[in-house]
Design a protein around this ligand. Structure first.
Ligand code: IMP
Length: 423
């Protein structure tokens, strides 16, 4: 059976967690394929809010298996905290949570290196979540990393020590003021490793292969968004993994011809957290309203998210790169009350009007060309059916569908599972 993908099409925080949770009852397996605890997937149901960082968003459904794939990087300390929270909520994760032996581990010194690297960059900093993501993927591609499967081996602590020592020398090299007590960090780390060891480790590519053969349905859950992709995002202001469809192939071992539906998730407007270009960013009351009404604060870092109008040039690019087959529009409710709305349909770039994403989208090179839309006043949050949606929102949706040549199959009108309208 084909593997369906669920991906964020902007700069992350599109609401992937909510939709995975909504869709989980249709799937046997939910699998994360890249990223790590830099992600914050928020789920709201039965009046409770849950934030997951590394654990797949299907974990609250008893019947689904939840796989942390080989492309993911795991911080055992944060992972343990996530497990503790699940335990507090009586979620029986032991049966359903499985981890790839090939997933890489984030060491305490990876986090320190992240902090040292960012501090050394000064104003040019990436705005990293400082979870050690970049340094861990660097060690992976540099062929120095430690994987989950390693901790089942006897001599892994020697490998750990050699790598941590090397990291300490690298931290010194940055020559920035980073205070740390490695002994204390290691105590916490090795305790968390013991918790990790109590879970089920598997050869996940074989598991995925057999599951497909047995006709099991699989949903691959992306983290971050296409514009943060290491290859196709706004480099260097990106994360260190492939957040796009191809990442699911390498991060799980799914063959490209086994991909089925590609669900693309986007917000009805745009947000970005951290540094980097953002052509449609707003610095006025409209941007402030989006941030306030949309509660635009990072689920992992608590930082305020930058807000702006929908950027169709960037969204089209993301649809193309990922081969999106169905779109899902999130946070439509946040736009209620705006007199008029704007959508960026082209860029002015070096005196020309272009409709593709060029190499450099820094503000000095790009100015957005907007199309205006009439806003709507109606509160959407209690609406349950597509027939209730205001005419102006339908016109907005119809325009996007035509431009993106892809149907919008779902409109989210609030954070709760229930506030979801299928079209
Ligand atoms: P890192 O992956 O933590 O190093 O962060 C690199 C960039 O990606 C920074 O601008 C972060 O703010 C951004 N980023 C990383 N993870 C997420 C996410 O899950 N949502 C939104 N932005 C993210």
């Amino acid at each position: 059976m084909a593997v369906d993908l669920l991906l964020g099409l902007q700069w992350g925080d599109e609401g992937k967690g909510k939709i995975v949770d909504v869709l989980t009852s249709n799937y046997n397996i939910i699998a994360r394929f890249q990223g790590g605890p830099n992600a914050g997937h928020t789920l709201v149901f039965n009046g409770m809010k849950h934030v997951l960082h590394t654990i797949p968003s299907g974990i609250f459904h008893e019947d689904a298996a939840n796989l942390v794939g080989n492309g993911v990087v795991i911080d055992p300390v944060i992972f343990k905290k996530e497990l503790d929270k699940l335990e507090d909520q009586n979620v029986d994760y032991r049966k359903s949570l499985i981890i790839s032996r090939k997933a890489h581990l984030i060491l305490p010194t990876h986090r320190l290196l992240d902090a040292a690297s960012e501090a050394s960059k000064g104003k040019a900093k990436i705005g990293s979540t400082l979870k050690g993501i970049g340094p861990t993927y660097m060690d992976k591609t540099g062929r120095n990393g430690i994987r989950v499967g390693d901790i089942e081996l006897e001599n892994w602590k020697e490998k750990y020590r050699a790598l941590a020592n090397k990291h300490e020398a690298m931290i010194d090299f940055y020559n920035v003021d980073i205070q740390y007590d490695l002994e204390e960090l290691e105590l916490e780390f090795f305790q968390a490793i013991e918790t990790l060891k109590s879970l089920k480790f598997i050869d996940s590519e074989e598991y995925i292969f057999q599951a497909q053969k047995e006709g099991k349905s699989i949903l691959a859950e992306g983290a971050q968004g296409s514009l943060l992709d290491i290859d196709f995002g706004t480099y260097p202001y990106v994360t260190s993994s492939n957040t796009t469809a191809a990442g699911a192939c390498t991060g799980l071992g799914v063959a490209p011809n086994k991909i089925g539906e590609v669900f693309g998730i986007f917000k009805a407007y745009t947000t970005r957290v951290g540094s980097g270009p953002f052509p449609t960013e707003l610095f006025d009351e409209d941007g402030e309203t989006m941030g306030r009404v949309g509660h635009e604060f990072g689920a992992t870092t608590g930082r305020s998210r930058r807000c702006g109008w929908l950027d169709l040039v960037a969204l089209k690019y993301a649809c193309q790169i990922n081969g999106v087959t169905q779109l899902m529009m999130m946070k439509a409710d946040v736009l209620s009350g705006f007199k008029s709305l704007k959508v960026c349909t082209a860029y002015k770039y070096k005196g020309k009007t272009i409709t593709h994403l060029p190499f450099n989208i820094e503000a000095e090179n790009i100015s957005p060309v907007y199309t205006d839309f009439k806003g709507w006043k109606e509160d959407l949050t209690e609406m349950e059916e597509a027939s209730q949606l205001p005419q102006e929102l339908n016109a907005y949706i119809a325009f996007l569908e035509k431009e993106l040549e892809t149907p919008i199959k779902l409109v989210s009108v609030g954070p709760d599972r229930k506030q979801t309208i299928f079209k």
